[in-house]
Design a protein. Sequence first.
Length: 158
Amino acid sequence: MKLCHFKHWFPLALTAIVCCSSLSTQSVAAESNESVESLRGPTAISEEAKAPALKKFPKERELLDLNYVGQPPLIPHSIRGYKITNNDNRCLHCHSWDNAVSAGATRIGISHFRDRNGQVLADVSPSRYFCTQCHVPQVNAKALVPNIFEPVESLKTP
Ligand code: HEC
Ligand code: HEC
């Protein structure tokens, strides 16, 4: 906290004291938070956490049942090397309305053409452009936190 060196300046403007004391309270709070374990593990906030081991993503899988209405379906195939950049979205090579039939892939949902005000657009909405923000590939992974959520009966395959 470089700013707090102002503390030793004399004479002190009152505003500076107020500012510095609130800053130092914040830094005390941040230090004590370091003992709280979050999903990133016990690593101190000031240190870089070790990246978790890469999961083994299956190449090709059956579609998984949805767990709730409005869930983004999980990706049933590998997405290794599929880049999404400003100029090119690999996912749309197969999932756009133009290409889906020839690629044998599901078309992106109608909802993907609506902007945040509900206005229907002629192309994929920018808010839906980064597919992997919502869609993740299937993988056999341990739940990060305990979860006893059960899907409603109507979503289960008999
Ligand atoms: C080479 C073509 C191809 C590319 C590229 C591709 N997919 Fe797919 N995708 C498919 C096919 C084929 C299916 C399977 C459809 C099925 O089994 O019914 C599929 C299925 C899916 C599904 C499940 C759809 C459903 O019906 O529930 C999602 C979600 C999905 N892909 C997302 C993505 C995302 C996100 C990317 C980019 C990171 C991507 N795909 C890239 C071909 C592709
Ligand atoms: C903001 C979250 C979000 C983003 C970003 C997003 N999707 Fe989706 N997607 C969903 C949700 C939620 C659904 C299920 C409901 C629906 O169709 O809107 C879905 C459904 C789908 C489906 C299945 C449609 C169907 O008829 O069963 C496909 C395929 C798909 N998305 C592909 C994509 C691709 C490809 C991209 C990137 C271009 C993308 N999505 C970006 C949330 C998202």
